[in-house]
Write a protein that binds this ligand. Structure first.
Ligand code: C2E
Ligand code: CA
Ligand code: CA
Length: 326
């Protein structure tokens, strides 16, 4: 471990090429030998598996191989293979969860992906989204979600019942070279009103390649779309990037919301996020609102919008839409 740490920190040292400063981070996987009946390939595979774990742990760290990791890796591969077929076999579904204002009126909805596996049953997004991301399947799946959002908006608009529709966009999806064009063509084809489409992105998107991110976001904002920072408060929450980016909304992470109004730490975080949003003239949504006490606390602190089981669990999109159109 000491050796690995020495390598990792040596690699981390910034260096200069052509007058530009660069830095590299390394993820290191370690396995121990000799073990019985193990060949070179086994050792390499174990080290590789441990390295991927190090990457998953947030990169730039060291991980030791454990037998459980191999089982994990196998399970992940099986899940990935099933996920590849899920879309074509109609196993993916869209749910929607309402967002309400202080008066309890529905002003929007967040679309959430669901996977109904024929054998495994309903696989939680916390399980399949990471697999979709690491395998690249998220690109097609995410496109499809934006398409669903656009079609929903077009129908709501036609019935003059429009509310905002939020959709989660993963970093990999946002970074696709033709992301802006894809969104533009979906909007054109469906005739959806772009000003009611909210893209939810996480803070991690904002740390790397800030200049490129600003340019791309600006292009989308010029088309009329809006951006929300999901899980706000759990990442960097740097005020510097908030000023640079064309953001519409902050979404307070449910872990803080659920600490209100009794836990002083969580409550203080929620209050400061609302204050920051105010200062920067951003809309603020609280997610994971489960109790009336939480809702009362949030509205009395001027949180614009609430989302959580208290107002409605995620439900299949189609019947929800039909009810709103009726
Ligand atoms: P998220 O975007 O933070 O979504 C909110 C999650 O909180 C949802 O879980 C929702 O069901 C849950 N939730 C809502 N209200 C409450 C509440 O009152 N209490 C509690 N305890 N939970 C509540 P879900 O649907 O399991 O989604 C988990 C995550 O999966 C999402 O977190 C999002 O990061 C990801 N995800 C879901 N759909 C998509 C998608 O279409 N694209 C991408 N990239 N990610 C998605
Ligand atoms: Ca979200
Ligand atoms: Ca969230």
């Amino acid at each position: 471990l000491l050796m690995g740490e020495a390598m990792r920190s040596a690699l981390e040292e910034p260096y200069t090429i052509d007058g530009h400063q660069y830095s590299t981070a390394a993820s290191i996987g370690i396995t121990l030998f000799p073990k019985q009946h193990e060949a070179v390939e086994d050792l390499l595979r174990e080290a590789d598996t441990a390295m991927y774990r190090a990457k998953d742990l947030g990169r730039n760290c060291i991980s030791f191989y454990e037998a459980a990791m191999q089982a994990d890796a196998k399970e992940r591969l099986a899940l990935e293979q099933d996920l590849k077929k899920a879309k074509a076999e109609g196993q993916l579904a869209v749910h929607v969860q309402p967002q309400v204002n202080a008066a309890g009126m529905v002003i929007g909805g967040e679309l959430l992906m669901r996977w109904n596996h024929p054998v495994r049953g309903s696989v939680p997004p916390s399980c399949f989204i990471p697999v979709a991301e690491s395998s690249g399947l998220i690109l097609r799946m995410g496109d499809w979600m934006i398409e669903q959002a656009c079609e929903t908006l077009a129908q709501l608009q036609a019935a003059q019942r429009v509310v905002s529709i939020s959709v989660n966009v993963s970093e990999r999806q946002f970074r696709q070279a033709d992301f802006v064009e894809r969104v533009r063509s979906l909007l054109d084809r469906t005739g959806a009103p772009p000003e009611h489409l909210i893209l939810e992105v996480t803070e991690s998107l904002l740390i790397e390649n800030l200049d490129k991110t600003v340019a791309r976001m600006t292009e989308l904002v010029q088309m009329g779309l809006r951006f929300s920072i999901d899980d706000f408060g759990t990442g960097y929450s740097s005020l510097a990037y908030l000023k640079k980016l064309p953001i519409f909304e902050l979404k307070i992470d449910k872990s803080f919301v659920q600490d209100t109004p009794d836990d002083p730490n969580g409550t203080a975080i929620v209050e400061s996020i609302i204050a920051v949003a105010r200062l920067l003239k951003l809309h603020v949504v609280a997610e994971g609102v489960e109790t009336q006490a939480q809702a009362d606390f949030l509205t009395s602190h001027h949180c614009d919008c609430l989302q959580g089981y208290l107002f409605g669990r995620p439900e299949p999109l189609e019947p929800w839409l039909q009810r709103r159109l009726a």
